[in-house]
Write a protein that binds this ligand. Structure first.
Ligand SMILES: [Zn+2]
Length: 195
């Protein structure tokens, strides 16, 4: 547990972080999880005042099967899901109940309910974000994201364009990929026990 948390903090600088996490990642000495989360919260609050708003992929995209105006999305989603899905926000690491959660089922898009990941492909990455090594076929699309000054691969829902997180190439077998997802962008549907 402790090792996992430290591992997650160590990985922050080059993983799922957003601009909100710069304060955390710039710290040179080990810090506690609570301090890290407090710093993230403070950074997030500061970011609100600074007007951190990144256009969601859908805002500039050509066409998605499920499409609403920004105001309609705002009214349909929780404030946290709206920030992530529609404005490429990043939830605080360790904040999602889906992070250390491994029940059988399917993870769907919180915006349009398209099935995105099977629980069989979920793994404990130690980053504080729900992580998968493979999406369901045709469920997600990717774009290049250089918003932090270096290249990352952004992942979004193929049906509504909602931002989900990023994908990195340091995942486990068989794909070697790590889909680092925001839990607030996902809706878990438990597997049904069919005989
Ligand atoms: Zn969607």
């Amino acid at each position: 547990m402790v090792a996992a948390v430290r591992d997650g903090e160590r990985k922050l600088p080059d993983n799922c972080r957003s601009r909100s996490f710069v304060i955390v990642s710039d710290m040179q000495t080990p810090i506690s999880r609570s301090k890290a989360l407090a710093a993230v919260a403070a950074a997030g609050a500061a970011a609100l005042f600074l007007g951190r708003r990144t256009p969601a992929p859908a805002a500039t995209a050509e066409h998605y099967q499920v499409a609403y105006t920004d105001e309609q999305w705002r009214s349909r989603l929780s404030p946290e899901a709206y920030d992530v899905l529609r404005h490429a926000g990043t939830e605080a690491p360790g904040s999602s109940p889906l992070d250390e959660f491994f029940k059988p089922g399917t993870y769907a898009c919180a915006g349009c309910n398209l099935a995105l990941f099977d629980s069989k492909t979920k793994f404990e990455s130690g980053t504080g974000w729900p992580s998968f090594y493979q999406p369901l076929p045709h469920a997600v699309q990717t774009t290049s994201d250089s918003s932090l000054g270096f290249e990352r691969t952004e992942v979004h829902c193929s049906r509504c364009g909602g931002h989900l997180g990023h994908v990195f190439d340091d995942g486990p077998k068989p794909t070697g990929l790590r889909y680092c997802m925001n839990g607030v962008a996902l809706a878990f549907h438990p597997a049904t026990n069919k005989a």
